[in-house]
Design a binder for this molecule. Structure first.
Ligand SMILES: [Zn+2]
Length: 118
């Protein structure tokens, strides 16, 4: 398993990743529906858009807004397979394993839980 502390330390050194905040509609959505609901949708979004060996439009598949998961993906470098490889050390070109998917979801959950209290 990839060390989450190490990942968040890496992310904290990136001015680009650090600037993302959960605000407006996306924050309201999380506060209204709760983390479990959002993470359930997150699991589907990751399975469809990130997990395949060759995701559709890879590098541009994650919108900047409209779902808390999308914002969290940009903030945590889980937005596309290139970023996932560079920051998380998960090689592209192959389908994500269940353990790798679990890692991505754990990172997203952690970011979202911290983002609510920011
Ligand atoms: Zn990316």
């Amino acid at each position: 398993m990839i060390d989450l502390d190490e990942i968040f330390h890496k992310l904290s050194r990136s001015a680009f990743r650090r600037k993302f905040r959960l605000t407006g509609r996306e924050l309201a959505y999380l506060e209204t529906w709760g983390i479990e609901h959002v993470m359930k949708q997150g699991a589907d979004l990751i399975a469809q858009r990130l997990a395949p060996a060759q995701p559709k439009n890879d590098g541009r598949q994650t919108p900047w807004r409209n779902h808390p998961i999308f914002v969290a993906q940009h903030a945590t470098a889980t937005c596309c397979r290139g970023c996932l490889e560079k920051t998380h050390g998960i090689a592209k070109g192959k389908e994500l394993t269940p353990l790798e998917t679990e890692h991505v979801l754990a990172v997203l959950r952690m970011w979202l839980l911290e983002a609510v209290n920011r």
